[in-house]
Design a protein around this ligand. Structure first.
Ligand SMILES: Cc1cc2nc3c(=O)[nH]c(=O)nc-3n(C[C@H](O)[C@H](O)[C@H](O)COP(=O)(O)O)c2cc1C
Length: 365
């Protein structure tokens, strides 16, 4: 038997053995019944590949770009808070692992190392994921991100209210690690973390941000703006009309609102609505190289992984994150070869079978 993990699920199994119970629960949990978390996977499974043979696949190129940033495979690290849950080097290890695989990392507002510390350790491109924390704190974060060399701002829009996981409520889960981007900021914890964090995690504590304030946000920086969490063609329309540069389709790993479709199912209508005016990315439920090819075949530029970064981190720090990404690289390469494709930037149409009821058919008339 091989001692090294041979797929992402091996990393998951091993991580479960080393991450403390309550931290494990909060990483793996989805909202409520976890229907959407499961559907992220079943939706990928509903797409099937159409392999093509007897072609020259000697020279396969899976490198691509995200808003001009070169990445060696079409997979990036999603923003996720508190990497100290999985490894003492936290986000410093994650960014090193991403760099070893020559790909991009999005750093969460809720990181345990500050954006300046992470930038210092980075060898690859970094984007800053922004949670709006009120005008002055958001302005402070955006200016610091630009100063620290981050290449884009990725505003997460899909958490208008805190959504405690039921496992966290049962475990009475308490955040213990520092939110390093707010070090020295003299504000109540609720303003910094965006939630009340009493057992009920009161909704009233969240700070609203609306479409009309996007212009204000854009005015703070010359960095490109990506919206993370868009789930409908209607919002994608408004996003491109507002001039955003990228849309990251996501269900937040099913961690916020339960009972939506899987993220990959939302991609066709959003690609259609964006009409090439913004790059499209997707995350939620990506576990195999074939998932990556399926997403790219639907018009996505690159895909993100969330929970698997914690698995890699817990198993072997930076090397583990690198290991997770390299397994995906191998699987993407294999899927490309089996589908007779030589470039991820130029995938043939008809590469996948799409269920009849996906895409624009689902949109309201
Ligand atoms: C423990 C954890 C923390 C997360 N924190 C954030 C965050 O701070 N900001 C954010 O935009 N998304 C956050 N996410 C969501 C991820 O960016 C991503 O959308 C999701 O994990 C992708 O699904 P997957 O875990 O199935 O790969 C978090 C996810 C996890 C698992």
């Amino acid at each position: 038997m091989s001692l090294d993990p041979i797929n992402l699920y091996d990393y998951e199994e091993r991580a479960r053995m080393v991450i403390p119970h309550n931290d494990w629960d909060t990483i793996e949990a989805g909202a409520m019944d976890m229907f959407t978390t499961r559907r992220n996977r079943t939706a990928f499974e509903a797409l099937t590949l159409r392999p093509r043979f007897l072609r020259d696949i000697g020279d396969v190129d899976i490198s691509t770009t995200m808003l001009g940033e070169e990445i060696s495979l079409p997979v990036f690290i999603c923003p996720a808070g508190s990497h100290l849950k999985a490894h003492p080097d936290g986000e410093l290890a994650t960014v090193r692992g991403a760099g070893m695989s020559n790909t991009l990392m999005m750093l969460s507002t809720g990181s345990n190392y500050s954006m300046e510390e992470v930038s210092e350790a980075a060898t690859g491109p970094l984007w800053f994921q922004l949670y709006h924390r009120g005008y002055d704190l958001t302005e402070m974060l955006v200016h610091r991100a630009e100063e620290a060399g981050f290449k884009a701002i990725c505003l997460t829009v899909d958490t208008p209210a805190p959504s405690p996981k039921e496992r966290d409520l049962r475990n009475n889960y308490q955040r213990t690690h520092e939110l390093a981007n707010f070090r020295g900021v003299d504000r109540p914890q609720s303003e910094i973390s965006g939630t009340d964090e009493t057992p009920g995690w009161q909704v009233s504590r969240t700070i609203p941000l609306t479409w009309s304030e996007l212009e204000w946000l854009r005015g703070l920086t010359s960095l490109p703006l990506v919206l993370k969490g868009i789930r409908t063609a209607e919002d994608a329309h408004i996003a491109v009309e507002s001039g955003v540069n990228g849309i990251q389709v996501s269900t937040h790993g099913g961690r916020q609102l339960d009972m939506t479709m899987g993220a990959i199912e939302m991609v066709p209508e959003i690609v259609e609505a964006a009409k090439g005016q913004a790059e499209i990315y997707v995350d939620s439920g990506v576990r195999r190289g074939s998932d990556v090819i399926k997403a790219l075949a639907l018009g996505v530029t690159a895909v993100g992984i969330g929970r698997p970064l914690f698995w890699g981190l817990a198993v072997n720090g930076a090397e583990g994150v690198h290991g997770v990404l390299e397994l995906l690289r191998e699987e993407v390469n294999r899927a490309m070869a089996y589908c007779g494709q030589t470039s991820v930037k130029d995938l043939e149409s008809n590469l996948i079978n799409i269920p009849n009821d996906w895409g624009p058919n689902r949109m309201a008339p």
